[in-house]
Design a protein around this ligand. Structure first.
Ligand SMILES: Cc1cc2nc3c(=O)[nH]c(=O)nc-3n(C[C@H](O)[C@H](O)[C@H](O)COP(=O)(O)OP(=O)(O)OC[C@H]3O[C@@H](n4cnc5c(N)ncnc54)[C@H](O)[C@@H]3O)c2cc1C
Length: 376
């Protein structure tokens, strides 16, 4: 039976980064994935992901983000490819809502630069967008988008160059502690490893043993709409955007090339899903209408002609903060789960932290707010 220092189950967003960081440290490491990443069956597809620093969700994410930005830059150097596009981020919402106070709080606590506009100034600066009179408009320059599939492919290539082994189209069936190691059973063979890292995204609930994590799944939709206006082209300075609108959240991306469409989605809402292996790729009419109503109000020069649609999964925790921890019943198993629809930008730092956690039981970054213990 082959023995590894570390086995990483799931080579998607976070797992691909863990595989690279382990291999770069000289570990004998194996990645196993039920598909062939990057793929469109999980949570890491659809071309782009927003990355931003002044984090409205919780200021404690900011130290992780600083490391995450450095990680993506390092990956760009390794791959010789641009993965991060710093087009800036527009954040719009009521002053007493969730987004604006959260961004201002993180910016203040961590001394992060932000521009604040009146709606009239914003209208002049960003001609493709409309802003409700009574909303606050913030602009964060140090933000933009990551090319999601390219990031994963780059991490997997870099990991394999450093000696990592990657077995695709192979599924974890079970794991158990065995004589001071971990025994890992897949649908193809049995392995032993000193440390196991679980990064199985939407499938994680099946692999946490007696430790039942409070994870729920949502099916989410991405839409690309045609626009003939240059105002939405990335090359013309169109930023990524995130709007809070009457308690709902909508976000999107500039058109990357003329004709490819402006990508828009609702971050709130979503269709509850019980089995991640049955991700229905069809559209949800109600969701689409809500996105189109948002477009009409806020990006009026975008048409309702759909260029492309994709379905994807969020794995939610009750407080929408991640779970990154050592397994409570087995110190040789660590996991990152419940990324709650905002985790991709962190994949670079999460991969690094999981390798550190698996080796020492600790990380140098402050992640107490992401522990399993908070759920009791
Ligand atoms: C529509 C949408 C928009 C998003 N927008 C953003 C955004 O703008 N910014 C942002 O930061 N985040 C965003 N996110 C969230 C982010 O994309 C995810 O949190 C992140 O990509 C999840 O990474 P992961 O590694 O946990 O999961 P995945 O990348 O899905 O990886 C899990 C892997 O585990 C594998 N696997 C599962 N079961 C097994 C098994 N039994 N054996 C072997 N392998 C297995 C799967 O095949 C998969 O490859 C968005 C998510 C969605 C769905």
């Amino acid at each position: 039976m082959t023995h590894y220092d570390v086995i990483v189950i799931g080579a998607g967003g976070v797992g691909s980064a863990a595989l690279y960081h382990g291999a770069a440290q000289g570990l004998k490491i194996l990645g196993i994935d039920r598909f062939s990443p990057p793929h469109n069956h999980g949570s890491s597809h659809g071309q782009t992901r927003i990355i931003r620093m002044a984090y409205f969700e919780h200021p404690d994410y900011v130290p992780l983000l600083k490391q995450a930005y450095a990680g993506w830059k390092h990956l760009e150097q390794l791959s010789g490819q641009q993965l991060y596009h710093e087009v800036g981020l527009l954040e719009v919402g009521p002053v007493d809502g969730i987004v604006i106070p959260g961004v201002l709080r993180s910016s203040k606590e961590h001394d992060l630069p932000l521009d604040q506009f009146t709606t009239h100034e914003a209208q002049r600066q960003f001609p493709g967008f409309d802003f409700p009179e009574n909303h606050t408009v913030l602009f964060e320059q140090q933000a933009g988008y990551l090319m999601v599939e390219d990031c994963i492919a780059s991490y997997l290539a870099a990991a394999q160059q450093q000696g990592a082994k990657l077995n695709c189209e192979e599924s974890l069936v079970s794991w158990k502690p065995h004589q001071g190691e971990v025994e890992v059973v897949t649908d193809k063979q049995t392995y032993r490893c000193s440390k196991l890292i679980i990064t199985t995204g939407a499938w994680t609930s099946s692999f946490t043993g007696n430790c039942q994590l409070p994870l729920t799944l949502l099916r989410k939709h991405l839409y690309w709409y045609r626009s003939d206006s240059k105002n939405y082209l990335a090359s013309q300075g169109c930023p990524v955007f995130f709007y809070e609108d009457q308690g709902r959240f909508f976000y999107g991306f500039p058109e990357l090339q003329p004709g490819t469409g402006v990508k828009v989605s609702e971050h709130s809402g979503g269709d509850p899903l019980s089995d991640p292996s049955v991700l229905d790729p069809s559209q949800n009419q109600e969701d689409r209408l809500a996105v189109e109503a948002f477009l009409k109000k806020s990006l009026p020069q975008v048409s309702r002609d759909l260029v492309q649609h994709a379905a994807c999964m969020y794995t939610m925790t009750p407080d929408e903060n991640f779970i990154v921890d050592v397994h409570p019943e087995c110190a040789d198993v660590v996991l990152a789960a419940g990324l709650s629809g905002h985790g991709f930008k962190f994949a670079s730092v999460l991969g690094q932290m999981l390798i550190e956690l698996s080796a020492t039981g600790n990380t140098s970054l402050p992640i107490d707010f992401l522990s399993i213990k908070r759920f009791g």
